[in-house]
Design a protein around this ligand. Structure first.
Ligand SMILES: C[S@@+](CC[C@H](N)C(=O)[O-])C[C@H]1O[C@@H](n2cnc3c(N)ncnc32)[C@H](O)[C@@H]1O
Length: 443
């Protein structure tokens, strides 16, 4: 099948952070830390959604599902929305494995070129333009639907991508349209890398459709209220692969990519080629509700006493596990320092989710302003920076807080006025957002 070469305006920046959810979550963090992140806002405004997933990333993740359940795709209808088999690795991958995975039906839908803000030049492929179904009035404004069933249409003895049937959709292929939503309802499993700018909407669309899914997104999105509720309810979890490692993506030729990212993608085996430039994104990961073995592996942990003695983290040995002032929880700054014998609530790093085993721990909450676990709301505070500058903020309520007897030196701290003139102020330091967890069955 011929490849389509796509180009994008040079002004389109490949965002470091991807989606609306990411930007929102990080904006929160930025406020709490007293800085702003213009990259994120720029990314959100630019709505650059053209990042193409690599075959190797798809293969690694799907293999993890297959290792856990060899029949995970058998007799299933799989929908690949926000895609395009004329160039997408998702369609090529599942078409290649159509028979050995025992897939019943593969459907892929593409988004109309005219609806893509980043596309400046578009030419239909020979596959489309030489087909009798080609329609010049629809090629730019309509999405397409590609279907593969167990029918060897071209009689070459195998069912593969050459047996795809295609037609124009009535609309532009927006996943929210009635026609693509009807395909979601027909499907057992939805797999894609959705538009980054509509990530949260895409998740809601999946949840509403009650389908199994596996999608690429940004790990920063986990601290948003709606996504966190799904994670807490065990309705969505991290995928088995690409956690804590860069994911490389193809981008349309001409997209502005930071030199450092281009160089890193190249080092990882993806130099620019005739069709694409490449970039890397450190926060990308898979989100799924398909089971895999990694989430059933238990973390091997030491007791609290042993951590205090033998931890590889100097601060665990010297400071230990501090009690949070605004949550009934202890601070555990590293996932591998979670004490195996503690039965109360523990605040652990967000990256804990990469190792989360629901048989070992339960998720209680997140240290966020909307958490129903916080035991205190602080009045407006003064953030005192290490250089002595002062700013009125409310950020202490958006994360864990630790009371200190005197203003600390060399770090930012918060000053909260006493209730009246005679009461002295209190001082606090804060930490990163934490996920509150409890050992399973320890209540
Ligand atoms: C992150 S890219 C991934 C493309 C492909 N699935 C892949 O992984 O290689 C998301 C794609 O969704 C398309 N898109 C943007 N908004 C969309 C919408 N509302 N409905 C369907 N597709 C959309 C974009 O044009 C883009 O090609």
């Amino acid at each position: 099948m011929p490849k389509r070469v796509k180009t994008a305006p040079a002004s389109d920046e490949a965002p470091e952070e991807l989606d609306e959810a990411t930007a929102e979550a990080s904006d929160d963090a930025a406020t709490a830390g007293g800085y702003t992140n213009s990259n994120l806002s720029a990314a959100r405004a630019a709505k650059n959604d053209e990042f193409y997933t690599l075959w190797a990333d798809i293969e690694r993740e799907m293999n993890a599902y297959l290792e856990y359940d060899a029949d995970v795709f058998r007799d299933k209808t799989i929908l690949l929305p926000c895609d395009d088999p004329e160039w997408s690795n998702f369609a090529k991958f599942f078409a290649l494995h159509f028979t050995d995975y025992g897939i019943k039906k593969l459907i892929s839908t593409s988004y109309a070129p005219d609806s893509k803000p980043a596309t400046i030049t578009y030419q239909p492929t020979l596959f489309e333009s030489q087909d009798p179904k080609f329609d010049e009035t629809k090629t730019r404004s309509h999405g397409k639907k590609f279907t593969l069933t167990a029918e060897d249409i071209n009689n070459d003895g195998v069912v593969n991508i050459d047996d795809l049937q295609w037609e124009y959709l009535d609309g532009d292929g927006d996943f929210r349209s009635d026609e693509v939503t009807a395909l979601r309802d027909e499907a057992d499993i939805v797999i894609t890398n959705p538009p980054f700018s509509l990530f949260r909407e895409f998740i809601s669309w999946l949840v509403e459709g009650e389908v199994k899914f596996s999608i690429v997104g940004s790990s920063n999105a986990v601290t948003t209220k709606d996504l966190f509720a799904l994670i807490k309810g065990n309705k969505l979890w991290k995928g088995a692969t690409a956690n804590n490692t860069d994911m490389v993506f193809g981008v349309p030729k001409g997209t502005t990519v930071k030199e450092a990212d281009k160089a890193k993608a190249k080092r990882l085996g993806y130099p620019s080629d005739d069709d694409y430039d490449y970039t890397r994104l450190g926060n990308s990961c898979w989100f799924t509700n398909i089971d895999h073995g990694r989430r059933h592996e238990a973390l091997q942990l030491m007791t609290m006493a042993d951590n205090r003695k033998y931890s590889k983290h100097a601060d665990v040995k010297s400071i230990g596990y501090r009690q949070m002032d605004n949550y009934d929880a202890i601070e555990v700054p590293y996932t591998d320092a979670i004490p195996s014998d503690y039965t109360g609530v523990m605040g652990v790093p967000i990256s804990f989710l990469d190792k989360y085993n629901p048989d070992q721990f339960e998720i209680v909450s997140l240290t966020q302003t909307w958490s129903d676990e916080s035991t205190k709301t602080y009045p407006t505070q003064t953030l005192v920076s290490p250089d002595g500058s002062r700013k009125t903020v409310g950020a202490l309520n958006s994360g864990p807080a630790f009371k200190v007897a005197t203003p600390p030196k060399g770090v930012a701290y918060y000053e909260v006025k006493g209730e009246d003139e005679k009461t002295p102020p209190s001082y606090y330091i804060s930490a990163y957002k934490r996920i509150l967890i409890r050992r399973k069955g320890a209540k």
